[in-house]
Design a binder for this molecule. Structure first.
Ligand SMILES: Nc1ncnc2c1ncn2[C@@H]1O[C@H](COP(=O)(O)OP(=O)(O)OP(=O)(O)O)[C@@H](O)[C@H]1O
Ligand SMILES: [Mg+2]
Length: 397
C-alpha cells in the first residue's frame, strides 16, 4: 500500500454490546477494535467460536449498528449505498432460495444487479464452472449438500464484480477440493487487485492465503500483523537439500559443530501435505470415471484464472464493470428491509413467473448458452408460488 493510500476498512474503538430483553448489557461481542484492511491485501479475521468475527463483519457491512466507535469503508460510512455497491459478501449462513436451482439462483442475483441478459448468462456459466457445479446446475439448491450450497454462495458473491470481497467462513463445510479451489480463487482475485477480508478458524487455510491477520478473543484484538512476520522463527535456520546419506549428515553435523559451535536439531524427510495427497487421490479416481452426484473438481479453475488463458472468469468479471453501479449483495441482504431492494426482487420474481411468448426459431449458431429447459422463466410455477408465499410470510412476520 502506498503511504498516502486510504485503507479500504478502518475502525476506531469499534464496540458492539448486545442487550437483553430489559436493555441490560448482556454480551460484549466486539470490544474497542481498531482494524485496518489495506487495499489489495487478503486480511484474515481469526478467533475461536463467539470471539466476534461475524459481528465485526456485519458492522462493516452496515447490517448491525455499532454500540460505540467508528467505521469507514472506502472512506465512507458502511451504510452508504455507493459503498455497498463495491462489496461482495458471502455470509456465514446460507441464505439461498431452496426452490431455485443453481442457475436460476445466479440468474436471480444477476437480474437484481441489472445485468444484461448476455452478460448475465456468460457470467453464470463461468461462475458455475469455476465452482465445479455445471453438471448439477439444474438441481434445486434445497437438495444440495452444505458444501455445494457454499460454492453457489461464493459464485453469488462474485456476480457483481466487487472491489472488496468479504467472506465469512468461506471454507466451512467444503471438501478439500472445494477448499483448494476457494483458496485459488482468493489468491487469483488478490492478484487482480481485489481486497479480501475473510474469517476462519481453519488456520492452515488462512496461512496459505492471508497477507495480514488479526486474532480476536472475547471480542478484543489479541494480535495483528503480517503473517510471515508473526510466524517466522528468527532463532532457527532451515535447509532443504537433495536426499543425503547418513554419512553425509554426520559430516555436516561435525562441520557445523567444529566451525560454528552449532548443532543440528532435527534431520528428516519433509512430508507432503495431506491436502496434496488427497488431491492426487481424487484426481486418480476421476480418471477412472467413477460416478459422483456431488461437486466436481473443476480442473478449469487455475487455467481459467490464469493471466494468459482466455476466457478467464475473474478477468472477465473484472473488465466488464457495469456502467451503472449495481446494488451490492450486502444491500440486498440488509436486515432492515430496504424498500428499493425488496421491490426489485419482487419485480424479478414477477418477471420469472410471467408467461413468455414462444422464442423465435434459432439456427444452430444462435443456440443460447443456457438450454431453454433450464430457463428460469420455465421454472415450475408451483415452486415460484411457494417461494412467493415464503417471501410474503417473511415480510408479514
Ligand atoms: N444477535 C445477537 N444477539 C445476542 N448475542 C449475539 C448476537 N449475535 C452474536 N451474539 C454474541 O456475540 C458473540 C460473538 O458472536 P459472533 O457470531 O460474532 O462470533 P464468531 O467469532 O463469528 O463465532 P463463530 O466462529 O462461532 O462464527 C457471541 O457471544 C454471540 O453469542
Ligand atoms: Mg461467525
Amino acid at each position: 500500500m502506498k503511504p498516502t493510500e486510504m485503507p479500504v476498512v478502518q475502525t476506531a474503538g469499534l464496540t458492539k454490546v448486545f442487550k437483553d430483553f430489559w436493555r441490560r448489557d448482556r454480551v460484549i461481542a466486539v470490544d474497542s477494535l481498531n482494524l485496518e484492511v489495506r487495499r489489495g491485501e487478503v486480511f484474515g479475521l481469526l478467533g475461536p467460536n463467539g470471539s466476534g468475527k461475524s459481528t465485526t463483519i456485519k458492522m462493516l457491512l452496515g447490517l448491525l449498528y455499532p454500540t460505540r466507535g467508528r467505521i469507514s469503508v472506502f472512506g465512507k460510512p458502511p451504510t452508504d449505498v455507493a459503498v455497498k455497491a463495491r462489496i461482495g459478501f458471502l455470509p456465514e449462513e446460507s441464505f439461498l432460495y431452496r426452490f431455485l436451482n443453481a442457475r436460476e439462483t445466479l440468474d436471480l442475483y444477476g437480474r437484481l444487479f441489472e445485468q444484461h441478459t448476455r452478460q448475465r448468462r456468460e457470467r453464470i456459466e463461468k461462475l458455475l464452472d469455476m465452482v465445479g457445479l455445471t453438471a448439477e446446475a439444474t438441481r434445486r439448491i434445497g437438495e444440495y449438500s452444505k458444501g455445494m450450497a457454499r460454492r453457489i454462495g461464493l459464485a453469488q458473491a462474485l456476480i457483481n464484480d466487487p472491489e472488496f470481497l468479504i467472506l465469512d467462513e468461506p471454507t466451512a463445510g467444503l471438501d478439500p477440493i472445494g477448499i483448494r479451489q476457494i483458496k485459488d480463487v482468493i489468491r487469483e482475485l488478490s492478484r487482480k487487485g481485489k481486497t479480501i477480508l475473510l474469517s476462519s478458524h481453519l488456520l492452515a487455510d488462512v496461512e496459505d492465503v492471508c497477507d495480514r491477520i488479526t486474532i480476536l478473543y472475547g471480542g478484543r484484538e489479541r494480535s495483528t500483523g503480517d503473517i510471515t512476520d508473526l510466524l517466522s522463527r528468527e532463532d532457527r535456520t532451515q535447509f532443504i537439500t537433495d536426499k543425503l546419506t547418513p554419512e553425509t549428515v554426520d559430516t555436516v553435523r561435525t562441520l557445523l559443530h567444529e566451525s560454528a559451535g552449532k548443532n543440528i536439531l532435527s534431520v528428516g524427510a519433509p512430508s507432503d501435505r495431506l491436502e496434496t495427497y488427497f488431491m492426487q487421490t481424487i484426481e486418480k479416481a476421476e480418471k477412472t470415471n467413477a460416478r459422483s452426484s456431488g461437486a466436481r473438481r473443476s480442473g478449469a479453475l487455475p487455467d481459467f484464472l490464469g493471466a494468459t488463458a482466455p476466457p478467464n472468469v475473474i478477468e472477465h468479471l473484472v473488465s466488464e464493470a457495469d456502467r451503472k453501479p449495481p446494488p451490492s449483495t450486502a444491500e440486498l441482504l440488509e436486515i432492515r428491509p430496504r424498500q428499493e431492494a425488496r421491490s426489485k426482487s419482487e419485480a424479478v420474481i414477477e418477471h420469472l413467473t410471467q408467461p413468455k411468448p414462444a422464442p423465435p426459431e434459432r439456427t444452430e449458431a444462435q443456440t443460447p448458452v443456457v438450454p431453454e429447459k433450464q430457463d428460469a422463466s420455465e421454472a415450475d410455477r408451483s415452486i415460484i408460488d411457494a417461494l412467493m408465499q415464503k417471501k410474503k410470510d417473511a415480510d408479514d412476520g
